[in-house]
Design a protein around this ligand. Structure first.
Ligand SMILES: Cc1cc2nc3c(=O)[nH]c(=O)nc-3n(C[C@H](O)[C@H](O)[C@H](O)COP(=O)(O)OP(=O)(O)OC[C@H]3O[C@@H](n4cnc5c(N)ncnc54)[C@H](O)[C@@H]3O)c2cc1C
Length: 470
């Protein structure tokens, strides 16, 4: 089959239009700038607790909040290496999706027998978030908007026609929803996802946790776990917390348990945020339903409006650095920002002249099954969950419930799930991880240029239930 150019290559904007849009962009995370941040002290003395939570992202924060809800008298301490929500939880797209399995296709293929249960539990989880946001008066700009998936190329139109959830929209109908000359079709789904302000969600979860009596410590990196007698000592440079149970929400960072070392790889994903659109610019694009917008390419984009009508535009590039490294210098990548600006102007040529105010990147917590894995170690005293593969905004709350179920020791419908009980295959060690990920990325890009046709490598990975995604 001959390779075709993608629409982003066929309809690329001029280099000067890209330069102009990025002329005054600063490298900073809009969501973190736009969220209130309370400071929490460093751990400088020894403490005792019933539960110690490691990690101040959504996984750790939901675990602390839900632990106090289950038992208000429990002493809960949360230790964060830097500041609350600084990592993926404060810099994501804010798509809170019901899916616990990184989409229906992946869920159905891996867990066909329990997929209906997983789907129901995922929806209940998203509904629970909506309820918590209202009941706990969390100012997180929650909007149950649903999503619009769009196709640019004929083969993607066929994929959309064959999908089940939501309503199929032809070219005219999709352009009435959000107006882009490159949208050939769409599928609108109204109930299975919401949008949140990611930075505020982290800050508000920390506020709620504190109100419930959780003690939060920032700048308190955990260096080791020591199991002693009936408890676990969680060690930091300046203090130790001794507790009966520990929950780990450390995501792509160096795992504290040896068994998790090969379970995730950090894959960097990049984002642009525009200036607020004027009323006239909003009229030019429509988007009155404020849906989360995504597309059908293997190397997909995601896009959404903020409360003040900025457009966030991210995705496409997925950059892995050998050795599973997470480093501040990887959060900035000019060539990815230029690619995103170019694709944005191809999508919305009517917005030429709009500037991007912010640019940033973050590490996606990729696992070989494309969704979180859950585990229990140290004779039932340490629970962990990680590997959300870019879909953790809502799934982290479910993972928190699983960790608390498991630490409590009694089986629940959640802990009985095969998805929860079984571990995904690990990524290989270096240099195989880097070679394998680069070959997969190359193959995915080729598929986008060849009407979606998957090559031998992708078909083999599909058969083995292995893969790489962001
Ligand atoms: C650019 C980008 C866009 C994304 N978009 C979406 C989206 O639209 N929708 C979606 O569902 N998901 C999205 N995701 C994924 C989502 O953000 C994550 O799955 C989710 O935030 C994971 O939360 P977490 O708490 O597990 O991890 P994190 O937010 O990474 O938090 C982990 C925390 O643990 C701390 N920590 C690690 N090790 C230690 C230690 N030893 N001691 C103390 N603290 C430690 C870290 O400092 C960090 O604060 C995106 C991710 C990125 C990067």
């Amino acid at each position: 089959m001959t390779a075709h150019l993608t629409v982003f290559e066929r309809e690329a904007p001029s280099a000067s239009a890209i330069d102009e849009s990025l002329r005054s962009t600063k490298s900073s995370v809009f969501w973190l700038e736009d969220a209130p941040h309370a400071s929490y002290p460093q751990l400088t003395a020894s403490h005792t607790a019933d539960l110690t939570v490691v990690g101040g992202g959504y996984t750790g924060l939901w675990t602390a909040v839900l632990a106090k809800r289950r038992d208000p008298s429990a002493r809960v301490v949360l230790l964060e290496a830097q500041t609350i929500g600084w990592a993926a939880s404060g810099r994501n797209g804010g798509f809170a999706e019901a899916s616990l399995t990184h989409g229906d296709e992946n869920g159905r293929a891996r867990w066909p027998d329990e997929f209906d249960t997983l789907e129901r539990m995922g929806l209940e989880n998203l509904d629970a978030i909506e309820r918590d946001v209202a009941e706990l008066k969390m100012d997180v700009q929650f909007e149950r908007t649903g999503t619009l998936s769009v196709a640019y190329e004929p083969h993607q139109v066929q994929w959309l026609k064959g999908a089940e959830a939501g309503v199929y929209l032809d070219r005219d109908a999709v352009r009435k929803t959000i107006d882009s000359p490159i949208f050939a079709a769409g599928r609108r789904e109204e109930h299975l996802s919401a949008l949140v302000h990611p930075g505020r969600l982290a800050a508000e979860l920390a506020r709620v946790a504190t109100d419930l009596g959780v003690e939060i410590f920032e700048q308190s990196s955990v260096t080791g776990l020591r199991t002693r007698g009936s408890g676990v000592s969680v060690e930091t440079a300046r203090g130790v917390v001794k507790s009966a149970k520990v929950a780990l929400g450390t995501n792509v960072f160096r795992p504290l348990l040896r068994r998790s070392r090969l379970s995730t790889v950090p894959v960097y994903d990049y984002v642009l945020m525009s200036e607020p659109l004027s009323a006239a610019q909003m009229d030019d694009i429509g988007w009155r339903g404020r849906e989360g917008l995504t597309d059908m390419a293997n190397q997909f984009h995601y896009s959404r409006l903020s409360a003040d009508n900025r457009i966030l535009y991210g995705g496409y590039d997925a950059i892995y650095h050998a050795g599973r490294r997470v480093r501040p210098e990887y959060e900035d990548r000019q060539s990815s920002y230029r690619t995103l600006a170019s694709h944005f102007l191809t999508t919305f040529p009517q917005l030429e002249g709009l500037s991007f105010s912010h640019q940033w990147g973050g590490a996606i917590d990729t696992s070989t099954q494309f969704c979180a894995f859950h585990g229990l170690a140290r004779r039932g005293r340490v629970a962990y969950a990680a590997g959300f593969t870019g879909l953790g905004v809502a799934a982290t709350r479910f993972a928190a419930e699983v960790m608390l179920d498991r630490l409590a020791g009694d089986p629940t419908p959640r802990t009985q799930l095969e998805m929860v009980r079984k571990k995904p295959l690990p990524f290989p060690p270096e240099p195989l991880a880097k070679i394998g990920i680069e070959a997969t990325k190359w193959s995915l890009d080729r598929a986008d240029h060849r009407e979606g046709q998957r090559n031998v490598l992708l078909r083999t990975l599909d058969r083995l239930g292995l893969g790489f995604d962001s």
